[in-house]
Write a protein that binds this ligand. Sequence first.
Ligand SMILES: Cc1cc2nc3c(=O)[nH]c(=O)nc-3n(C[C@H](O)[C@H](O)[C@H](O)COP(=O)(O)OP(=O)(O)OC[C@H]3O[C@@H](n4cnc5c(N)ncnc54)[C@H](O)[C@@H]3O)c2cc1C
Ligand SMILES: NC(=O)c1ccc[n+]([C@@H]2O[C@H](COP(=O)([O-])OP(=O)(O)OC[C@H]3O[C@@H](n4cnc5c(N)ncnc54)[C@H](O)[C@@H]3O)[C@@H](O)[C@H]2O)c1
Length: 446
Amino acid sequence: MTFDYDLFVIGAGPGGLAAAKKAASYGARVAVAEQEAIGGTCVNRGCVPKKLIVYAADFALRDRIVHNYGWNQCQRHFDWTIFMKSVHQHVEHINDSYCEQLQKAGIELIWERATFVDAHTLDLDGRKVTADKVLISVGGKPNKPKIPGIEYAITSREMFHLPYLPKRLVIIGGGYIGTEFSSMMHALGCDVTAIEVDEMILSGFDDDVRSGVQQSLSKRGIRFIFNNTVEKITLSEDSLLLTTTGKSQKPIAADTILVAIGYSPNTKNLGLEKAGIELDEQGAIKVDEYCCTTQENIFAVGDCINRIQLTPTAKAEGIAFANTVFGNKPQKLNYDHVPSAVFSRPEAASVGMTEAKAREKFGESVQCYRTNFQPLLYALTTEEQPNMMKLVVDSASGQVLGAHMVGEHAADIIQSLGVAIRKGITKEDLDDTIGIHPTIAEECLS
Ligand SMILES: Cc1cc2nc3c(=O)[nH]c(=O)nc-3n(C[C@H](O)[C@H](O)[C@H](O)COP(=O)(O)OP(=O)(O)OC[C@H]3O[C@@H](n4cnc5c(N)ncnc54)[C@H](O)[C@@H]3O)c2cc1C
Ligand SMILES: NC(=O)c1ccc[n+]([C@@H]2O[C@H](COP(=O)([O-])OP(=O)(O)OC[C@H]3O[C@@H](n4cnc5c(N)ncnc54)[C@H](O)[C@@H]3O)[C@@H](O)[C@H]2O)c1
């Protein structure tokens, strides 16, 4: 049987784009369908615009200490509308350059929502196309609690389109998104309250990272309410009112409510059942170690398979899929040492095992090396900015099992350490390494 395409990709996010480009480089005839904006969540409503807001917020935080460095303090005003216009212009620039890249690679980009007719046929708003292989890379969508008044709350998607900076922001959820938005929106001048159902923010991270970030954010004036969630939201004359499950009967007033309680695979209404594709209990597409679904010619990568919801993982899965299926180089991903960072201030980053996970596996043999220090930047100021670096080591072999950091440049430092840890570096290797002085990274060497 002949098909219109060798590969049809549904969704032009990081996973789909990486797979499409790699497959085309092996000579495959590739088409990509995108229903919204090229680049997916990452470029349009995630990593990229988020990091630009982090930078905008950094100017405000630096402004607090510049006088210690001899700079006159002068009155400055932050204009959210002008700033967000620049952010959207940059995002459009990336969109255009991605379209150009696809064109150069001979990949057809189809601006339609794609759904399955059968395992080899897709429907594009009434037009049918066929493909030998199909890759599903449709990403995820934000969860919302089923509570009265939830229609008054927004998700991170709408945060990038706020017409103004809210005075009072309440965030439901203290995970990646809740923590990052708490930090940056507070720095830009919002009064921020975060409500988290767990006893601490950033579940899944090492406890020293969780408490380090939490204490610093609390000290900056961000209010956290733990072991709590929201029961209902009502609209009063001049604000939104949140009633929580806690003992306090007094509702919390807000101008904007951001819900950030996790992401779910975006697998509804795709016609997956017509193609024989099964989902797991969380609604994620079931795949094997080669990202193959329960239908042998259909594969899935990225947030819709719900392994690790990060851009580099989606990209790596897309490339591994293309190497396996079109490059004749079967490739399974090793998810053991995927680093990740939280771009709050202070920043946090981790790679490998947390202390708790390491103790579960290696017991008494686990030894931790933790250092707390004040970065030189703050030496001339009265601000306390405790940074933390922690190595989790198996003392029997000397192998470093995990590295965790809170503080300036944490993401970049952990990224480099991740390479070494993945290659099985020992504590002794680190101690033998001569550092660069004066830096923050040198703190992990002794
Ligand atoms: C606020 C926020 C901040 C983030 N920050 C970071 C960060 O700093 N670092 C990091 O690593 N990760 C971050 N992430 C996570 C990251 O954005 C995702 O893990 C990543 O985008 C997943 O890539 P993907 O290709 O699986 O899906 P997506 O990027 O979601 O792309 C899926 C695409 O498929 C399209 N689509 C869906 N259904 C169809 C259909 N039927 N037909 C056609 N097209 C369809 C969608 O429109 C979308 O463009 C962040 C996420 C959010 C929400
Ligand atoms: N820097 C980054 O790499 C980055 C940044 C943002 C998002 N992301 C990705 O996007 C995904 C989604 O982010 P997220 O922050 O929405 O999810 P998350 O899983 O990181 O955090 C959700 C938080 O909400 C809490 N929660 C759940 N239900 C609640 C409720 N009813 N009331 C109060 N709290 C509740 C959870 O305990 C958890 O702490 C992340 O898992 C991450 O993979 C990554």
